[in-house]
Design a protein around this ligand. Structure first.
Ligand code: GZL
Length: 329
């Protein structure tokens, strides 16, 4: 069901009264995006299809919407904020019941989110956060703590080189510019390694969260850096691309150059089990079921927590070997 805008005309005066669907949300109504009489309609704007993580996230959202009986209007922004803003405006025009999206970057959302709020359509942030201080613009943010993920990566490195004094030269493949996971994984990692001056990030550049760019940037690092001890990649896909470049340069990934990545998608876990990656920090893409539960609650006007943190862990090569067969993504 979509929140209906019932229009009553009395004596030529147009009175619009919002009848919130599904038990009356705390927002004014909206109205007819085609989800059938009693179905909730969810408008979802996805970042794109840049990585294995994103593919798994999309699958989780689409499958969960189907099993929850929620009518999903799905839009792929192909990595562009202007496409996400357009999609959100379309969802507002279509009068969906709830809007959810994974913000491709942290900034620049106030105007369109105010439009959704004025239209009485609740918004849920998934996967990534925004930097707008006005938390009334969205009902909740469900996703990982990326600073914590960066810290976990740094903690592993500190332990790995405990007691050693030689300089440790690190190259870093960052996620997409302006994205919360890129900003926060970088800062969390830097916060931990700054305690020991032997750690030095000698080069840091975006690999756009993709294998292709991860490989290309790693090739430039290998040419420009006389000594690389460690690669810290903000996601598995860039790490996997970098492995191709490292092997093409005649070096052994995981041995000549230690590699830390984030996500724990199947291909990353396979490389970890083979010792080509040394440590992976998990970032679960399986947000679908929790998101649909939140959508139903929001649509029913129930109060939900402002922040829903996703559960995640870390993996060593030995742990990867144990769990690889059971990994869902
Ligand atoms: C993290 C997610 C990131 C993944 C990348 O929650 O936004 O975007 O770590 C993906 O693989 O491209």
């Amino acid at each position: 069901m979509l929140r209906r805008l019932s229009i009553a005309v009395a004596g030529g005066l147009l009175l619009a009264s919002a009848v919130a669907g599904c038990g009356g949300g705390d927002d004014a109504g909206s109205g007819n995006g085609g989800g059938g009489d009693d179905k909730i309609t969810l408008g979802f704007s996805q970042v794109g299809a840049e990585s294995g993580w994103r593919t798994a996230n999309t699958k989780s959202i689409q499958e969960s919407a189907a099993s929850a009986g929620i009518d999903l209007k799905f839009s792929d922004a192909q990595g562009k904020q202007e496409n996400q803003i357009k999609a959100i405006r379309n969802f507002i025009t279509q009068r969906v019941d709830v809007i959810a999206f994974s913000p491709v970057v942290e900034s620049g959302w106030s105007t369109v989110l105010k439009e959704a709020k004025d239209a009485g359509i609740p918004v849920i942030l998934t996967d990534r956060a925004i930097d707008d201080p006005d938390t009334s613009l969205y009902k909740t943010f469900i996703g990982s703590d990326f600073v914590e993920e960066g810290k976990k990566a740094g903690d592993w490195l500190v332990k790995e080189y405990n007691g050693k004094t030689d300089p440790v030269n690190i190259v870093e493949l960052q996620g997409t510019p302006g994205a919360a996971p890129a900003n926060d994984r970088k800062s969390g990692f830097a916060d931990v390694i700054k305690a020991d001056t032997k750690f030095k990030v000698v080069a840091s550049q975006t690999g756009q969260f993709t294998r292709t760019d991860g490989k290309a940037v790693m090739e430039t690092f290998l040419k420009s850096q006389p000594k690389i001890d460690v690669l810290y990649a903000h996601n598995d896909d860039m790490g996997l691309g970098a492995i191709e470049a490292i092997e093409a340069a005649g070096k052994k990934p995981g041995t000549d150059i230690k590699i830390i990545t984030v996500d724990a998608v199947k291909d990353g876990m396979t490389a970890l089990s083979e010792g080509k990656i040394n440590f992976i920090v998990e970032c679960s893409p399986l947000l679908g079921p929790q998101l649909m539960d939140l959508v139903k609650k929001v649509n029913n006007g129930e109060t939900i927590p402002q922040r829903v943190l996703t559960e995640e862990t870390t993996f060593t090569p030995e742990q990867a070997k144990e769990v690889l067969a059971d990994r869902k993504y």
